[in-house]
Every structure is written in C-alpha cells, then in structure tokens.
Design a protein around this ligand. Structure first.
Ligand code: SAM
Length: 295
C-alpha cells in the first residue's frame, strides 16, 4: 500500500483502498507515460482486469508486478461482472486497464463502472494518456468545446447519417479510424464538408514515428496519396463554422436572412437556416437583424 500526496505534498490517502475499482490509464505508445501512481496501483491491487492478458502481461513484467490478470473484454464482460464484484465485496481492490490509453474511452470499462457504482463500491480513475485528447490539444483547432465520436458505425446507412451530422457540427470533432479505412473516411469528409475544412491527423502519438498531418482535407488527402496510411490514427476535424473559405460574405448572409423573413419565415427560424447555410453564427445574424429593425 502506498500513500499518495496532493500537489502541495500533503499525504491525502493510502492506495489501493479495499473494495475500490481503479480505472488506470496506461501508455498509448511511450512507456515513460505510465505515471508513478499508475505503476504503484498496478503493483498493489488484488487483481487486474485487462483486455488482453498477454499484452498487459508484458507491461506488468516491465514494472515487476506480480498481481494476477483476468481477461475482461467486449466478448466476456457480462459473465465477468459477478466475478469481479465478488472481489470488491470481499474487500479486494481491482485495477481495470485496456490495451492502451484510458479504459472506458472506446475500450471496455463503462459497464463495469456502472455495476460497481450500482453496488456502492468506490470508483477512482488514475488518469493517463488518451489518444483523443492528446490529438485534440496538438491540432491547434478550437478545444474549448469539442465532440468525441470514437469509431464510426460500420453499417453503411448509419455511418452515412453520422458523417452527415459530423459535417454540420460546429464544434471540433475527434474521430478514431483504422489505417485501412482512413482514405475512405477522408474521401467521405471531403464530399460532405466541402473545400477548405480544417483537419488534423495525429499518427502514432507518443511513438517513434509520431506525426502531425494537416491543414485541410484536400492537403491531407494528397499527403496520403504519397504516403500509405500505416500505424494508429486519430482524426481531429474543424467545426463547420470554421470553414472560413466557404463562408459567405456578411452582406450576402443578411440578404438571405431578410429574403426568408419577407417570404414569411419566423426571424428565429430564418436565422437558424441562414446560419447553417452560410457558416455565420445564428446569434450574430439575429442581432444584426434586430439592429436593422430598430433603425
Ligand atoms: N482507450 C484508448 C484511448 O484512451 O486513447 C482508445 C482505444 S481505441 C480501441 C484505439 C484507437 O485509438 C486507435 O484505433 C486509434 O484511432 C486511437 N489511438 C490509440 N493510440 C494511438 C496513437 N498512439 N496515436 C494515434 N491514435 C491512437
């Protein structure tokens, strides 16, 4: 058991605590990203639930942990649940890890967190690397508000609808994609988003051949004609309203707004429609309209 310190160096609690589930973030490439706290938890819990015992076994070997591993993945999570809850009931502690990154982010975890909470066990996250947030913060795209889509649905019609929604989204969107689907995804995005939409592709984050590829969908498409996609990719797509090259002039947007209202559309609805069509903010259009009406 280890005492942990807060940022002022005061001891706040000893870990691992009995009857507690720890969600432990593990490296997405660079082993140096395993935090001392994560390492200590992985050395001292009663059991580690992981996606792939062979893969996580290698990590445990490196950190000299002898804690037993139990597989927990999308095919067995339902049957494992009661087994894991029994360990917590008998005052054991569990660390849940995925192959890489933060468990629960496009990886198993969510269901067991719900079960543990329903049964009043404490759930604590030992934060660590996450491909989505790492790619987002190096993209240079707006990160104050963003959406996370993870992997797109496989079924054609559902995927198409999701991509349409993503193309209209005003916030930055983060997507996970496999290397052999990347070219198709870029093709679909270029059709739906039009010219000039900003995009940033993070390849092999934290690893030896880490790369950042941007700036627009067309530029990135060209890059991947010359370089076959290999490795792991996280895609960060700029929001619809940042499609500056496609943005219509302010006067043109206001002209459209007035025309719609003259044709009988309610001002609020007209502003919404014109905002979607022109890339201008609904609030801005609405305020301009009011200023003109007040004159
Ligand atoms: N739970 C993980 C996390 O917190 O990042 C994500 C797991 S998800 C099954 C795996 C996907 O994450 C990959 O297909 C890729 O899209 C993205 N990813 C994982 N590691 C990455 C890396 N080093 N560089 C870029 N993308 C990565």
């Amino acid at each position: 058991m280890n005492f942990i310190d807060d940022t002022q160096g005061k001891q706040i609690r000893s870990e691992p605590s009995p009857g507690t589930l720890y969600l432990v973030g593990t490296p997405i490439g660079n082993l140096g990203d395993l935090s001392p706290r994560a390492k200590s938890i992985l050395q001292n819990v009663s059991l580690i639930a992981c996606e792939d015992t062979r893969r996580s076994g290698q990590l445990l070997k490196i950190i000299e942990s002898t804690v037993p591993l139990l597989s927990y993945h999308k095919h067995n999570f339902k049957s494992r649940q009661s087994q894991l809850l029994k360990i917590l009931e008998s005052n054991g502690s569990i660390a849940l890890i995925s192959d890489a990154g933060l468990p629960g982010i496009n990886d198993p975890g969510e269901e067991f967190v719900q079960a543990a909470k329903l049964n009043s066990f404490e759930v604590i996250c030992v934060p660590g690397p996450c491909a989505a947030t790492t790619a987002l913060v190096i993209s240079g795209l707006p990160s104050q508000r963003f959406c996370f889509e993870g992997f797109l649905p496989k079924k054609h019609s559902v995927r198409k609808k999701r991509l349409e929604d993503i193309s209209k989204e005003n916030r930055t969107t983060v997507i996970y994609e496999s290397p052999h689907q990347l070219t198709k995804l870029l093709e679909d995005l270029s059709i739906l988003c039009g010219k000039g939409r900003p995009i940033h592709i993070a390849r092999e984050l934290t690893k030896r051949y880490e790369e950042s590829i941007g700036n627009t969908i067309e530029e990135v498409q060209e890059y991947f004609i010359r370089n076959k996609p290999k490795g792991e990719f996280t895609i960060v797509l700029g929001g619809n309203k940042y499609n500056q090259k496609n943005k219509e002039s302010e006067s043109e947007a206001l002209r459209k707004l007035k025309k719609l209202i003259q044709e009988g559309e309610k001002p609020n609805m007209a502003a919404k429609k014109v905002a979607e069509e022109t890339g201008h903010e609904k609030k801005w259009l609405y305020s301009k309209l009011h200023k003109q009406l007040d004159k």
